[in-house]
Design a protein around this ligand. Sequence first.
Ligand code: KG4
Ligand code: ZN
Length: 312
Amino acid sequence: MSNEIASQAVHTAYGGVVPELASRAHQQNIVPVVDRALKVANIEPSQLDAIAFTNGPGLMGSLMVGTSFAKSLALTLDIPLIPVHHMHAHILAHAIEGAHATPVAYPFLCLTVSGGHTQLVRVDAPKNMEVLGETIDDAVGEAFDKAAKILGLPYPGGPHIDRLAKNGDDTFMEFNRSNVANYDYSFSGMKTSFLYALQKHVKETPDFIEKHKADICASYQRALLDVLFDKLEKAIKDTGISNVALAGGVSANSALRKRLHNLGIQKRLNTYVPPLEYTTDNAAMIGIAGYYNYRNGEYADLSISSTAKAKF
Ligand code: KG4
Ligand code: ZN
């Protein structure tokens, strides 16, 4: 009924997420944003059936603010308290009514790409999903953001690389592609290879970055997408699953969206690209995941605590 977000401009001001400042921003914003959500939905707190909240994974300080607030609200209104796993929620955003013209079909493969995670997940039902592979070090969102920082772009850098890459030549430079076993990913080496390649060029041509920013962005973005698609295509082939979805903040990336769309046409897949409002962290995804947990009777009692590294 509403999908309100308090954007944390504080991250941009400091060029990244400073955990202490993120917690404070959560504390400042949580009452106004809940208030606004109720106003937009045009309902009274007394009409709420349950309160869902992110229990993890994430930054401890921020999670604690949400958990404590949700507990207080559930206690005051005497309604069930529903913990939600952040990564389940990104995936289940596909199940939100109206998210797709044709509702997502199960089973589907979901490539979840965010600032903290990169996972390839097999989803058999809303309450039945399994991680096939994931990053063994950095998330792909981090690989975008750190490269952007090297290029002098604001945080978060992913959208800036996306924007600049549109006017660039993606064959301008070559970057090493990581390759780890099975369906797992690795991005820390690619970030380092990016840094070293640029340092070398800048040494020879001091204005190299300024002169070729769009080409650098396009080439690096292609390298990241190659790695993502290598494992995704392998999973499609091995599992025989022909419903394929993207989720998480990086799924806002226009080249990634286009590439999945084209793969779908080429391999006759049903592809699901989330509406932009459900890609980066949002309230609706927690709502839908909370709905399935609620139906399943997964209530928490007031002793629940946040888990920074929640098990999938
Ligand atoms: O899911 P999300 O909002 O937060 C986490 O749970 O991490 O993802 C944030 C990440 C950031 O790394 C950001 O740079 C990236 O998503 N991102 C993008 C784009 N929009 C957001 N990366 C590439 N292209 C984009 N258009
Ligand atoms: Zn997220």
